[in-house]
Design a protein around this ligand. Structure first.
Ligand SMILES: Cc1cc2nc3c(=O)[nH]c(=O)nc-3n(C[C@H](O)[C@H](O)[C@H](O)COP(=O)(O)O)c2cc1C
Length: 323
């Protein structure tokens, strides 16, 4: 089972940082429509200098309003670069100016950025990721989240395993995974299947990102990744209401699932009468394995009761969880 199950935690939805797109005006408008829990600024490129205050104010005008959009959504400042110390100095400045968190961009595929040693080129070395995240983490107060945004790798998706682990070991508060390599660019599909593999090795919270365009994609991504939190970029431009539609779907799901779950014990009993309690155990597990796809509560129950082979133990545990 994933170390970060979506169980009953309400999903958090992030608006993806998109340079040249999700500026103050777009963040302001989209967050006013509801459904977005967190924003990240477009990347602020860091070479070897500490940016003046006005550069931060331009990147994140929300710093003047508590690092929140006018509708109250928190905004983190995103930094991009390959040198740990200047990144840390700029992170400290962002913090001092009131940033609620600092996100580090390790995913940008742009040639100019990668030629200058930033963005996705860093995914070639988990040691460098570790060093950057750790240096920034140590520089800002522990109460300020330091987060990372990665792609699966530069050209090899399996590098996500070491890279996310490096971010976790360095103290990242969470890691957003854009489920493609740099070489994949923006070409569909997004390889969501890597997230459960990452979570077998890490406990850090993962934000799933890539190719969520609508509620259907969201449901598939949630079922495949078992994540609780999701980031949406281009989908927000095609449908600015996608976040509130997903939230509405989640509310319906949560209000419907207890009703379905009330049917489980009567079904077990009917199967016992129909054949026997071993049959009932098998059939009930089978049904729960379907219900868990649409119900976080069913997933939680399934994960706990599936280990029982003895019908009496299975049913007792089931009843306990349903009461
Ligand atoms: C025009 C554009 C600009 C982007 N700029 C950034 C950026 O500044 N920082 C970043 O971390 N990712 C950036 N991204 C990547 C997105 O945050 C996101 O990871 C990617 O679009 C996949 O999500 P989606 O399929 O929901 O769009 C950008 C993507 C696009 C299309």
């Amino acid at each position: 089972m994933s170390a970060n199950p979506s169980n009953l935690t309400p999903a958090k939805l992030f608006l993806a940082p998109m340079e040249g797109v999700t500026d103050w005006a777009m963040r302001d408008l989209l967050t006013s429509l509801g459904g977005i829990d967190q924003c990240v600024t477009e990347f602020l490129r860091v070479t070897d200098k500490l940016h003046p205050y006005k550069v931060f104010e331009k990147n994140c005008p929300e710093l003047k309003t508590g690092s929140r959009t006018r509708s109250g959504t928190p905004v983190f400042v995103q930094l991009l670069g390959g040198q740990a110390i200047p990144l840390a100095e700029n992170a400290v400045r962002a913090h001092e100016m009131g940033a609620l968190g600092v996100d580090l961009n390790f995913g940008c595929p742009a040639k100019t950025v990668n030629r200058h040693d930033g963005g996705a080129s860093l995914l070639k070395s988990s040691d460098r990721l570790y060093n950057i995240v750790k240096t920034v983490r140590d520089a800002v107060p522990a109460s300020t989240p330091v987060t990372a945004k990665v792609r699966l790798g530069f050209d090899d998706p399996s590098h996500c395993l070491d890279n996310v682990k490096a971010c976790e070991d360095a103290g990242a508060t969470w890691v957003t995974v854009h489920c493609r390599t740099k070489t994949d660019g923006y070409k569909p599909p997004a390889y969501w299947e890597w997230i459960p593999k990452i979570q077998e090795r890490t406990k850090v919270k993962i934000i799933a990102n890539g190719e969520i365009w609508n509620v259907e994609d969201f449901k598939k991504c949630k079922a495949e990744t078992n994540c609780a939190d999701f980031m949406i970029g281009r989908g927000a431009l095609r449908n600015p209401y996608v976040f509130s539609e997903i939230k509405a779907h989640l509310q319906t799901e949560q209000s419907q699932s207890p009703n379905s779950l009330e049917l489980i014990v009567p079904f077990f009993d009917a199967c016992t009468v129909y054949v026997n309690d071993h049959f009932a155990t098998a059939r009930t597990k089978q049904w729960l394995s379907q219900l868990r796809i649409v119900s976080p509560k069913a997933r939680e129950i399934f994960d706990q009761v599936k280990v029982h082979k003895k019908p009496i133990e299975f049913k007792t545990h089931l009843e306990k969880l349903l009461n």
